[in-house]
Design a protein. Sequence first.
Length: 114
Amino acid sequence: QVQLVESGGGLVQAGGSLRLSCAASGIVFSIHLMRWFRQAPGKQRELVAAITSGGNTNYADSVKGRFTISRDNAKNTVYLQMDSLKPEDTGIYYCNAFYLSTYWGQGTQVTVSS
């Protein structure tokens, strides 16, 4: 059974930082493309950051220079370091794993107050 379990969300003031974690089980983690998505109230889910099995990264323009995605294959975990947070970063953040199939976590709430 595949499980992706996010943690690290919470309430933070604008300019603050949070670090999200996503622990995976039931998959061969090292071969999966890992991604973070977010969904703000009333908006579509959007891609925030991605990291390939080889460690190449990609970011949405809105978070470039502020967010950093990383992975630890020994721990089957992907991280999202979020710095200089803005109120528009508020939303539910979802972890996604993709190889031949795609898997989603349950999401973790991030709220940035102004």
